[in-house]
Design a protein around this ligand. Structure first.
Ligand code: UD1
Ligand code: UDP
Length: 349
């Protein structure tokens, strides 16, 4: 069986690493990995392939940055050519980026069956580019691998039950597997001189925050006034804007880090502040309280028992919710850590 996998953005390398590792155990499957080139800086792309042992992409389309339409169009053209030549049994896409929708559309037009990993997520905010990508991808896909029961319910509400399979979350698989590697290979002191527990970990890159300087300033004002330093591995999109923002030395800006470094930073942090989808969940998996710098979240499971608060960008709300200290027990809603096996077995069936 031949599978073409599309990746392009940082979180997709982390998800694909886990599924591709399982795929390698099946000699009957040949996986062709296409990197769209959506992310291209060393610390946004190559570092993940090297550190996580992902097979190097068979093709890198080198599409790079651009407006949504231009970026997606270039990917679509490049992916279509490869699909026409390779004629795979399956096209596999992850998540909700422009690389996801480009892969799904290219395959749909060629009648190549599409498998969508992390299907059934919704923010119900259609101004968010990712929301359009996920809805369109779910509706053109042939099999929908849902990470949670909430995702299964959302797919049912859109009439997609017949195509949906609950697998659990591949990011949960990823963190279980790579936490052990991070503990062996990556010490906190190599990343920062701040003691374990003595800092907040933060990330900011979401379009609604970076394209709105008022929101970004409010976030940086809150970070500046927190009671502990904030380690902020900064996405290049946000890095380009920080000259326009006022902030204090409480914010320790560093370059984006590899996944093992990120796990080390997370596991040693006090709490997390982020607008990232993936990091919200990882904070939950590692029992680190989180404040989400958005107006909504797709990962509503994480909101239970005070583990995550959706606060938007209001400075007072950020400072108020990060100070909460009472947390309940967690229920496991993200599967059994074997989502990738379930995905591969189901494709073979
Ligand atoms: C994309 C995804 C988002 C995901 C994020 C993960 C879409 C619509 N958005 O957002 O869902 O959460 O990836 O990180 O697909 N840039 C660089 N170097 C890079 C990559 C980007 O400098 O290696 C800069 C460029 O200025 C670029 C900007 O970041 O224009 C945004 O990059 P892009 O891939 O378009 O979107 P992300 O914000 O990364
Ligand atoms: N991440 C990383 N290095 C960083 C920042 C994030 O490895 O400097 C990881 C993070 O742990 C998570 C994933 O990247 O696994 C999340 O990606 P991102 O926030 O870029 O995208 P999102 O999940 O919001 O789509």
């Amino acid at each position: 069986m031949k599978i073409v996998t599309i990746v392009g953005a940082r979180p997709q390398f982390i998800k694909a690493a886990t599924v591709s590792r399982i795929v390698k155990n099946y000699p009957d499957i040949r996986e062709i990995i296409i990197h769209t080139g959506q992310h291209y800086d060393n610390n946004m792309s190559d570092i993940f392939f090297t550190e996580l042992g992902i097979p190097q992409p068979d093709v890198n389309l080198g599409v790079g940055s651009g407006s949504h339409g231009a970026q997606t169009a270039h990917m679509l053209e490049g992916i279509e050519k490869i699909l026409m030549a390779e004629k795979p049994e399956w096209l596999m896409v992850y998540g909700d980026t422009n690389s996801t929708i480009a892969g799904a559309l290219a395959a749909a037009k060629l009648n190549i069956p599409i498998a969508h990993v992390e299907a059934g997520l919704r923010s119900f905010n259609r101004t968010m580019p990712e929301e359009i990508n996920r809805i369109a991808t779910d509706h053109v896909s042939n099999v929908l691998f849902a990470p949670t029961q909430n995702a299964m319910n959302l797919l049912a509400s859109e009439g997609l039950t017949d195509k949906a399979i609950f697998t659990g979350d591949v990011m949960y698989d990823s963190i279980l597997y790579y936490s052990k590697m991070a503990a062996e290979k990556c010490s906190l002191s190599k990343i920062t001189d701040i003691e374990a527990g003595g800092y907040y970990l933060a990330t900011v890159h979401r379009q609604e925050n970076t394209d709105n300087l008022h929101n970004l300033q409010s976030i940086f004002r809150a970070f500046s006034e927190l009671d502990k330093p904030v380690i902020l591995p900064l996405h290049p999109r946000t890095r380009k804007l920080i000259e326009k923002i006022k902030y204090s030395s409480n914010i320790r800006i560093i370059d984006p880090v590899g996944y093992l470094e990120m796990i080390t930073l997370l596991s040693n942090s006090h709490k997390v502040l982020t607008d990232s989808g993936g990091l919200q969940k990882e904070a939950f998996f590692m029992k680190k309280p989180c404040v989400t710098l958005r107006e909504e979240t797709e990962w509503i499971e994480t909101l239970e028992d005070n583990w995550n608060f959706v606060v938007g960008t209001n400075y007072e709300k950020i400072l108020g919710k990060i100070a909460i200290t009472q947390f309940g027990d967690q229920k496991n809603m993200f599967g059994d850590g074997h989502a990738a096996e379930k995905i591969v077995e189901s494709l073979l069936r």
